[in-house]
Design a protein around this ligand. Structure first.
Ligand SMILES: Cc1ncc(COP(=O)(O)O)c(C=O)c1O
Ligand SMILES: [Zn+2]
Length: 404
């Protein structure tokens, strides 16, 4: 059976884990959405069992799972009130086992690897995907290679190392490392589960199915997502379009993809009316997990965003930092800069578009903030100090100041 398809020329391909790009268009292949009338199995609580008809796995193997998914959809009442947003939610992907949405994709890719008898997996990443792949590699007992660029800090990769992954720092262009890893994987029989792997992308669909069910079988009007390689947003868009194909909804949400100004090749192409992205020379945003000069899924994101009347926005690092603070201080949600980018995007959107009372907006909070403490502006966080004997007096004084 031809399980894979090019989203551009629609050519179909039999599954070959070492050939995941269209030989004509050079674009990443996707899993064909061919199952007619899949059912949501509401009697099941595990998301892999619940949505199995929509996923490219025959059976959910719970021994490979770390409990990913089933994340809360939180209503952001305080932000709504303060910033005049009619109906606002956060899908809290920081609750996944390794603190990011990547786990949803890794678990499906690992199922696939095991079913095909693969004994070596790998990934190219500077952070979240490295940790996620290493954790699931450990859980499954598969040898895992993590390739990182030379300047990746040890701090970011220590947890991947703790899971027992083989870490290799590679000198050279990080964008090229993506393609080089696939070449190396083919030669050495290592399945590189990179950012736009079609099975990883299938796992991301479950987030969309959960949102739809958490809203009582309704689709939000807008979804704001941070975009780097494009894999995540492609998975979310694919899921809503599968819901529509199967008549489980009659409309799609408006997708708004957010990129940092200093790393926005897809948004640049969108705003300039181009149909192909152009890689940028140097990506220089402090939001490391979305600081990508050459997104491999960029052309597909561009095409699908245009076809569905979605949008792509650029936000500055300062706007991201402010949004990170707002999420944390108004709602108790401490996300990575990448996770705060959707809120920064919403503020920008609000300045340019009028929100209507029926608008229901979901922000995807992709990864937990404690993974990158170095970016916080500590000068904005006063820490009082006192000796034990003066504690009462100090608390009383601070209380009075706060009241004033
Ligand atoms: C926290 C976080 N948010 C967003 C993204 C962007 O996802 P994608 O590369 O699939 O577009 C990443 C990717 O690494 C990430 O780690
Ligand atoms: Zn093609």
């Amino acid at each position: 059976m031809k399980q894979l398809e090019c989203p551009f020329c629609k050519k179909t391909y039999a599954l070959d884990l070492f050939q995941l790009f269209c030989s004509d268009c050079q674009e990443p292949l996707l899993v064909r959405s061919s199952v007619p009338f899949p059912k949501v199995r509401n009697e099941k609580s595990n998301p892999l069992d619940k949505y199995i008809d929509f996923l490219p796995i025959k059976k959910a193997l719970h021994r490979f799972s770390l409990g990913e998914g089933n994340t809360p959809l939180l209503k952001l009442n305080r932000l709504m009130h303060k910033f005049n947003v009619p109906d606002l939610y956060a899908k809290n992907e920081m609750m996944n086992p390794t603190g990011s949405f990547k786990d949803r994709g890794t678990v499906i890719a690992v199922h696939n690897a095991v079913s095909l008898g693969i004994r070596n997996i790998g990934t190219v990443s500077t952070g979240n995907m490295a940790v996620s792949t290493a954790a699931y590699g450990a859980r499954t007992g598969i040898k895992t290679y993590v390739l990182v660029s030379e300047d990746t800090s040890d701090e970011k990769i220590f947890s991947a190392a703790l899971h027992g992954a083989i870490l290799v720092k590679v000198k050279g262009d990080y964008g090229e490392l993506f393609y080089k890893s696939l070449e190396t994987g083919k030669k050495n029989h290592v399945y590189f589960i990179n950012s736009v792997d079609p099975f990883r992308i299938e796992g991301y669909k479950v987030t969309a199915f959960e949102i739809w069910q958490q809203l009582g079988g309704q689709v939000p009007t807008h979804i704001f997502v941070p975009v780097s390689s494009g894999g995540h947003i492609i998975g979310l868009m694919k899921a809503f379009s599968e819901l529509k194909q199967n008549k489980l909804t009659n409309r799609l949400p408006v997708f708004v993809g957010i990129q940092p100004k200093k790393a926005s090749p897809i948004t640049n192409a969108f705003l300039n009316g181009q149909s192909q992205i152009t890689r940028i020379q140097k990506a220089d945003s402090f939001a490391q997990s979305i600081n990508n000069p050459a997104p491999p899924g960029g052309n597909c994101v561009l095409k699908w965003i245009k076809e569905t009347n979605g949008h792509l926005l650029r936000v500055s690092d300062e706007e991201i930092l402010k949004a990170q603070k707002k999420l944390a201080s108004f709602e108790g949600l401490f996300g990575l800069p990448a996770a705060a980018a959707p809120l920064a995007g919403l503020f920008k959107w609000q300045a340019q578009n009028k929100l209507a009372p029926h608008h229901r907006i979901v922000l995807i909070l992709t990864g937990a903030g404690f993974k990158n403490m170095a970016v916080l502006d500590r000068s904005q966080m006063p820490i009082y100090q006192t000796v034990l004997d003066d504690l009462d007096q100090m608390i009383s004084q601070i209380g009075k100041n706060k009241e004033n």
